[in-house]
Every structure is written in structure tokens, then in C-alpha cells.
Design a protein around this ligand. Structure first.
Ligand code: URA
Length: 230
């Protein structure tokens, strides 16, 4: 692999910045200063150092974002800011969100350039649990909770598959195992209610880091990556 590609894959900078970094003599490969951006290295064996720090090769990138309201998950909605744009400083190409959240929904959104994992996690057959905090317009009865858990008609061919629903101090905690369009909002409508605030708290076993403010993101830890890969 070319050293400039290796450095770009590891978010050291854009190709142009990397050229300048190499020219400035800031990159060492096996203790020798690099001058040629086209030099070939073996990412598994060679030791690459940038400004004194060893760079461990990362083929793919995985981030957790606390999505703020007003930002869209897709890349196609004209004038709106997209979640991918929030991570543009990372300089990672081909990042995509793993699943979508509505523009007004906040909370846990994962982004990656690992196409295989992306495909796996959004596959409907995987039934990955997604936990939401819902603030409903008015309070829910035990009967409403039971209906949400058993499955409700939201106007599709089939009712929703069994979910988990319980009330906590901050609102309704709803875990769904599908990802239909506006699913939580439509489920609340199906029991005569309305969502006034929606936040995703968990995907599978992975929880939103409570230290991330809205709009903040960070890389997943290795432990977190294991949690979602399993
Ligand atoms: N369900 C919704 O209605 N909206 C979301 O953003 C996520 C789940």
C-alpha cells in the first residue's frame, strides 16, 4: 500500500495535506524519514510514525454520534445539513449512517465506511433491537403499553412485530426490532398518542455515551465494536 493512502485511511489529512506532511519530514517508516508519497509499505509489518506517534492501521472507521435535531441522516435532502457533514473534519471518505433517524430525532447514530457491517446491521432479518426514549403527548395506559408490545397496525401490510415498552421517570422506553419508516411515531399514533420528543438510546447492546452532547461524536472503542459486530 502507498504511504499516502495509508495515512489518508488513518485520517491523518487530505491527500494534499499528507503530501505537505511528508515533505516536511514528519513521517518515519521503520525509523527512516519518508520523502516519497508513493512509497510502498506493508501496513501489517512496517512501523509508521507521524510526529512521534505510531499509527496503527485502521482499514475501516466507526463512529458514534449523538445526533442533534435539525440534521438529516440521508445525503439527499437538498439544503439541510447531513450527519455525514458533522464528521467532515475526520476526513474519512464514504461514511454512511447505520440506519436512519428522522430530522427531529436525536441520539445514538453509528457511522462507518465498513460496507459489510453496514449491510449486516440494517438488514431487516437481523432484528437488531433499538431502544428509544419517547416523550408522548399524553400519558400511556397499561393497555397502550400492552398493545405496543404485542404489535400495532401502523397502516403497513403487517402489524409491528413484538416490542418492549415500559414507563420510566423520563418517559416511555420502547425497544423495537424492526426499522420501518417513522416507526415509533406511527406506533404512538396507533394508540391514539403523539411523539413530542424522540431519542435513540441503544442499538443492540451498544448504548449512547452519556458524555456526548448533542452534535458530538467519537470513535467506537474496540469493546463497543465487538458489541455491535456480535
Ligand atoms: N422511529 C421514528 O418514528 N423516527 C425515528 O427517527 C426513529 C424511529
Amino acid at each position: 500500500m502507498r504511504i499516502d493512502k495509508f495515512l489518508a485511511d488513518n485520517s491523518i489529512g487530505t491527500r494534499k495535506e499528507i503530501k505537505a506532511i511528508i515533505k516536511a519530514g514528519r513521517i518515519l517508516v521503520n525509523d527512516k524519514q519518508v520523502s516519497d508519497p508513493g512509497m510502498h509499505i506493508d501496513p501489517e509489518k512496517d512501523e509508521v510514525i507521524c510526529d512521534g506517534s505510531v499509527i496503527t492501521y485502521e482499514r475501516f472507521h466507526y463512529y458514534m454520534l449523538n445526533k442533534p435535531a435539525g440534521v438529516v441522516s440521508s445525503t439527499r435532502e437538498g439544503a439541510s445539513v447531513t450527519v455525514v457533514e458533522l464528521l467532515s473534519d475526520e476526513g474519512v471518505k464514504n461514511l454512511s449512517p447505520i440506519g436512519r433517524l428522522d430530522k427531529d430525532t436525536v441520539g445514538l447514530l453509528l457511522l462507518t465506511d465498513d460496507g459489510a457491517l453496514l449491510h449486516d446491521l440494517i438488514s431487516p432479518s437481523k432484528h437488531v433491537g433499538k431502544e428509544y426514549l419517547v416523550v408522548p403527548e399524553h400519558s400511556l395506559t397499561d393497555d397502550d403499553l400492552k398493545k405496543l408490545e404485542e404489535g400495532v397496525d401502523i397502516g403497513d401490510d403487517k402489524p409491528t412485530i413484538p416490542a418492549k415498552a415500559h414507563m420510566e421517570e423520563d418517559g416511555l422506553h420502547l425497544i423495537i426490532y424492526e426499522g420501518r419508516f417513522h416507526q415509533v411515531k406511527r406506533m404512538l399514533e396507533a394508540v391514539g398518542n403523539k411523539v413530542t420528543y424522540l431519542k435513540r438510546l441503544k442499538m443492540g447492546e451498544l448504548s449512547l455515551d452519556p458524555d456526548l452532547g448533542e452534535g458530538e461524536y467519537r470513535k467506537l472503542t474496540l469493546e463497543e465494536l465487538e458489541l455491535i459486530k456480535n
